[in-house]
Design a protein around this ligand. Structure first.
Ligand SMILES: C[S@@+](CC[C@H](N)C(=O)[O-])C[C@H]1O[C@@H](n2cnc3c(N)ncnc32)[C@H](O)[C@@H]1O
Length: 230
């Protein structure tokens, strides 16, 4: 019998090692402005489209300046900095210390570091209460039941909207995922865990949340479902 807690902690340790090491350079490049391979360009562009969709949904909430937002799994800080530039107070958390350091650097370069609290930690260790929680392209790395633990934990931290992405399940995606595993190692993505839409609804139900809107962003090798829950 597999102990899910041990399994979860081993998985997280692997994710931390990846995003703090080999994956750090890879994702810093994707979230940057420099030249990229054709495959990674599609991921950069898809991610930009997803951020644009999120920004338009956030506008609908008319969150006042000073609103406290948790950027859960902040990576190199693209979202945290954009939020701070709009006058929000951000807590930026990531498992990988190199990611947090890169986010801090990006915020300093943009002159908004004082509006952001940077924390290197596992999201499941984060407590507190936020006006909104945003978790982008993090849950895509968790299969059930770890997906449910993390998603449920984050949902409970927000007194307002909880926005997140997950990788939707479909057979086309499963085939592309399989093909992706056969690319040269240097081009390979991290493993993406597909979660069925119905499972997301079930995971949110005990938290008292309902899905308000979803958007599918499919661009080359970037395919996620953005969810707004209230
Ligand atoms: C693909 S990146 C996405 C970064 C950022 N959210 C964005 O969209 O620009 C995934 C990030 O999630 C972080 N992550 C994964 N599991 C985490 C956990 N349990 N707690 C905190 N961060 C986590 C990784 O370290 C990595 O930086």
């Amino acid at each position: 019998m597999v102990n899910p807690t041990v399994h979860d902690s081993e998985h997280k340790a692997r994710l931390r090692d990846y995003f703090d090491g080999e994956g750090f350079q890879r994702w810093q490049a994707i979230y940057g402005e420099g030249k990229l391979s054709a495959i990674r360009r599609t991921i950069r562009e898809g991610h930009r489209q997803m951020l644009a969709q999120l920004a338009s949904w956030m506008d609908d909430h008319h969150l006042p300046p000073g609103t406290h937002i948790l950027d859960a799994g902040c990576g190199t800080g693209l979202l945290s900095v954009a939020l701070a530039q709009q006058g929000y107070h951000v807590t930026a958390v990531d498992l990988a210390p190199h990611m947090v350091a890169a986010a801090h650097q990006r915020a300093e370069a943009a002159g908004v570091a004082s509006a952001i609290d940077f924390v290197a930690a596992d999201l499941e260790e984060i407590g507190g209460h936020y006006d909104a929680v945003i978790c982008l392209d993090v849950l895509i790395h968790y299969a059930m039941p770890a997906f449910a633990h993390l998603c449920g934990h984050l949902a409970a931290l927000s007194g307002g909207p909880f926005f997140f992405t997950h990788a939707p399940y479909n057979s086309m995606l499963a085939a592309m995922h399989w093909i992706g595993g056969h690319f040269p190692r240097s081009q390979r993505r991290t493993n993406i865990q597909m979660i069925k839409d119905g499972t997301v609804t079930e995971v949110l139900a005990p938290t008292g949340r309902q899905i308000q809107r979803t958007a599918s962003i499919n661009h080359g090798f970037y395919f996620v479902r953005l969810v707004e829950s209230l």
